[in-house]
Design a protein around this ligand. Sequence first.
Ligand code: FES
Length: 331
Amino acid sequence: MSSADRQSGYATDGGAASRLTTWHQSLFSAVGRWRWLEVLNDRVSGVALPLYDRHRDNVAVELMHGGRWAGHALHPALSDLPIGMWSGTVVLDLLGKDAGSGEGRMDPAATLSAAGLLAAAATVATGVADWTVSDGEDRRVGLFHGVLNVAGVALQGASLAARLTGHRGSARVLGASSLTVTAAAGYVGGHLVQGRAAMVNRVAGFSGPNRWVRAVSDTDLPDDTPTGVEVDGRKVLLYRRDGKLYSLDDTCTHAAGLLSRGDVTECIVTCPLHGSRFDLRNGQIVRGPAHHPQPVLTTRVRNGWIEVRGSQPKSRRAKPKEERHGMESDS
Ligand code: FES
């Protein structure tokens, strides 16, 4: 027992505990090194990315991400449908209630299996859309998630075919295999969202600075040029047009691209990573794939400095009108 363990009174087996808690890290770092996945990633990206770029302004494509209307990615929610229906199929199989009672009708297990396949088509479409706006390791892990899902769908399709041709034993085995592979794919998808923050709001919880802080000298901010500065550890985008100052969080809510490296046209900034567009005046999304607006910061010019602040302390008095609109009037 180590001296720390003796002091805490707990006996631990450090090696076993560490193996228990890090097996998933080892798994996903191995996935990132698989050569075949790298090659497949290059091939699929070579086809999917130009296609996505050609249609990225299509509203249907933005809808597949969930976009500003849903406020969340659609893919994780849709994925519950095939998993739920195929789980129902396996339960019916286990209870021996998979066979139908009427001649010529699809039995209950086959109905759930077929409905799950239909839902899987929508789930795959939204998943591919989200995958095209991922990068680096997220894209490789996302592709692994997709490969597992395709295998799950193929097994389910084979199971349905076996059910419809009366091979009930094979259908049960294939159905259970499909659910197992799909659940594994779901685990990988969960890692992408919860472990790697894919398609989540990257600036959730950002609120500072909660006092006025000098960002840049007034003379050092050129007009009509998006400029990134760091203020109290927060990356901030500053932009001045016709003498008016605008300020947003510089970190894109979608996947943390820096907006200050993007182009601005008519007060609309385009993220250089995946093309989300935000209105500099209010942070609202003009086009996805982002689901969440950019936080707006307040600015003012004092003593030759542009000052910025994020969250405002709660005041007991009513706030002045101009502060409520995100910008002080003395700039
Ligand atoms: S990081 Fe993806 S659109 Fe900005």
